[in-house]
Write a protein that binds this ligand. Structure first.
Ligand code: FES
Length: 349
């Protein structure tokens, strides 16, 4: 057992103090901590006071030990967190009013909660660049707090090993490859880094200038791209999807997405998208048709082929983008209705 804020809490070997607190609904703020990755211990915002320890300890990388007594919000802890937030605020350009992440920023939320003000410290004068060369992701280093969540997301969640900690002109910086732009690096543009970023340092370009975060609605859906069934949140502003994120607790992806799932939704709004079936006419032109007419035509064609040349004259290839149930029905149609085993699936190759 350990005691957190006077509450006795059980723990398993290997649990950190933060793990135990979260399992018992006890709030400890974090910034660099990213679920399902190894602790970074970089931001120190998760400091707590432990009986017998001279210094405050970082709860995210301190293992729980039998008999430990911890305070999560003592005066000393709260003052330390406020000081850390003020240092973070003064070390970058955190002008919330002008930031696209205004209203969706963990640094902003904590600064409000702890009444931290970046203006009480002299600005560092550090000039940071913006990397705007890529079509999907904007990197604004002036808002980076070097928490390393993007690095963990890239290396330990998606296993891409593209992002790393580094230094440039004496200041810490998150590097892509050998200090390349994302486009020049081996980045696969899964966007996991953007989803992990707690500030406005990493932004999805397609969401820029598309309304306010506070007016956003989130709609849960299943990714349309393959049969895996990843769970997604569609972020909707003014009836339009502006970005897509993974559902943290959703299986099978546990918050992750691939590049298509995260960024490939523009086709929904493409004016060339077919909304009705087209039937090719004798003169080669296509004519819009109703579904009943189209399905009758397809059925009659199959019937004719089978009657004239036998069941094995037809074959079906089902699609990896369809759901499992549809693929099952497709093979059922060919095997039991058409009476042929000529059925295959494009993902088999
Ligand atoms: Fe523990 Fe950052 S969350 S050090």
């Amino acid at each position: 057992m350990i005691e957190i804020n006077g509450k006795a809490c059980s723990f398993e070997k290997g649990d950190t103090v933060l793990d135990v607190a979260r399992a018992n609904d006890i709030d400890i703020p974090t910034l660099c901590h990213l679920k399902d990755t190894t602790p970074t211990g970089a931001c120190r915002i998760c400091l707590v006071e432990a009986d017998g320890a001279n210094n405050l300890i970082a709860s995210c990388d301190t293992p729980a030990c039998e008999g430990m007594k911890v305070q999560t919000h003592s005066e000393r802890v709260v003052a330390a967190r406020k000081g850390i937030l003020e240092l973070l605020l003064s070390s970058g350009d955190h002008y919330c009013l002008l930031c696209e992440s205004n209203g969706d920023c963990e640094l902003q939320d904590l600064s409000i909660e702890y009444k931290a003000d970046g203006r009480c410290l002299p600005e560092t004068g550090r000039k940071s660049s913006v990397e705007d060369s890529d079509a999907l992701i904007l990197r604004d280093f002036s808002k980076c707090i070097h928490c390393g969540r993007c690095v963990k997301a890239c290396n330990e969640i998606q296993m891409h090993d593209v992002l790393s900690f580094g230094h440039e002109e004496g200041s810490p910086k998150i590097f892509a490859g050998d200090n390349e732009t994302l486009r020049e690096s081996d980045c696969r543009f899964c966007g996991e880094c953007v989803q992990a970023c707690p500030t406005g340092a990493l932004l999805e370009k397609k969401a820029l200038g598309k309304g306010k975060v506070r007016d956003e609605q989130k709609v849960r859906t299943t990714c349309p791209y393959c049969g895996v069934g990843c769970q997604l949140w569609l972020h909707v502003r003014d009836d339009k999807i502006v970005k897509v994120t993974g559902v943290d607790e959703g299986l099978p992806n546990k918050g992750r997405t691939c590049v298509k799932g995260r960024f490939g939704y523009d086709f929904i709004y493409n004016k060339d998208r077919l909304t009705k079936p087209l039937i090719k006419q004798k003169n080669g032109e296509y004519k819009e048709a109703e579904w009943d007419e189209t399905l009758d035509l397809i059925a009659s064609k199959f019937q004719t082929f089978i009657e004239e040349s036998g069941a094995d004259s037809v074959a079906g290839i089902s699609c990896a983008r369809s759901i499992n149930e549809d693929n099952y029905q497709m093979q059922k149609l060919f095997r039991t209705v058409f009476r042929t085993n000529n059925i295959d699936h494009c993902a088999r190759t």
